[in-house]
Design a protein around this ligand. Structure first.
Ligand code: ADP
Ligand code: ADP
Length: 233
């Protein structure tokens, strides 16, 4: 079952002499339950593609189907709704609110999603247990290590039960040990059925996914590399 389908997607920034074609007619399908890494040199279009996949931006042309809905032509309000309902986001710099505890950070997306107050605490606790932070519920970000902060961010990303988890360089700010902690959590989440798509420039990180998509010059030049093939590149 296809959960993400990019069809002849192009994205142009600027106009006239300053025009940049960031994506040039790309096609990409990702099935429910896949675990993918998006790789490629700087400027190859990875962030642009992730912004479109994440419903943060619209393509200049082409169709994007997310869970069988054509989101390429939706207005901003519908786009925001789909984003909150279907997607979870993890970033390189965690983006936690420093004045809130881990539990409160994870409860926040449920406020926007309209989850009943009585349910929020229980679901946030459940998500924090999933990432191994049951002993850190009441700690603020400054009282947590980088790896622990990223785990709070992952709990926040999954608490509304997204169909796809999108991560942009999620291990970029972590050392190798905490990188592995975070990858173990992604692996476990993926094994429970969540589709995971992450941008990374680290070969060791991409090698732990099941499929590598390689961008170059605004195009998908390899759509199904295995970790073994990546090493031979
Ligand atoms: P990363 O690839 O690490 O995610 P960015 O997405 O911020 O980094 O930037 C990727 C490339 O896009 C860089 O070369 C950057 O200069 C360029 N870029 C990003 N935003 C803009 C912008 N608003 N105008 C022009 N170029 C931009
Ligand atoms: P990557 O994430 O692979 O580094 P990007 O998607 O950020 O690549 O960038 C693809 C191309 O689009 C680059 O040439 C970049 O400079 C350009 N670009 C990205 N964002 C903008 C923007 N907001 N305005 C103008 N050009 C941009």
């Amino acid at each position: 079952l296809e959960i993400i389908r990019l069809e002849n997607i192009s994205k142009v920034y600027g106009m006239g002499e300053t025009e940049v074609k960031a994506l040039n007619d790309i096609n990409l399908a990702i099935n429910e339950g896949e675990y993918c890494a998006i790789m490629g040199p700087s400027g190859s279009g990875k962030s642009t593609a992730m912004n479109i996949i994440g419903c943060l931006d619209r393509p200049s042309s082409g169709n994007y189907y997310l869970d069988n809905l054509n989101v390429a032509k939706m207005n901003d309000e519908d786009l925001a709704h789909i984003r909150n309902k279907k997607l979870g986001f993890v970033f390189q710099q965690f983006h936690l609110l420093s004045q809130l505890t881990a539990l409160e950070n994870v409860m926040l997306p449920m406020v926007y999603a309209g989850v009943k107050p009585s349910e929020r605490k229980e679901r946030a606790t459940e998500a924090l247990i999933k990432v191994g932070l049951e002993k850190r519920l009441n700690n603020k970000p400054t009282q947590l290590s980088g790896g622990q902060q990223q785990r709070v961010a992952i709990a926040r990303a999954i608490v509304n039960r997204p169909v796809v988890l999108l991560a942009d360089e999620p291990t970029g700010a972590l050392d190798s040990r905490t990188t592995q902690e975070v990858l173990d959590i992604f692996g476990e989440l993926n094994s429970t059925g969540i589709t995971v798509v992450m941008v990374t420039h680290e070969t060791e990180v991409a090698s732990q996914t099941k499929r590598i998509v390689w961008f170059r010059d605004g195009q998908v030049v390899h759509s199904h590399l295995t970790p073994e093939e990546l090493h031979q590149l």
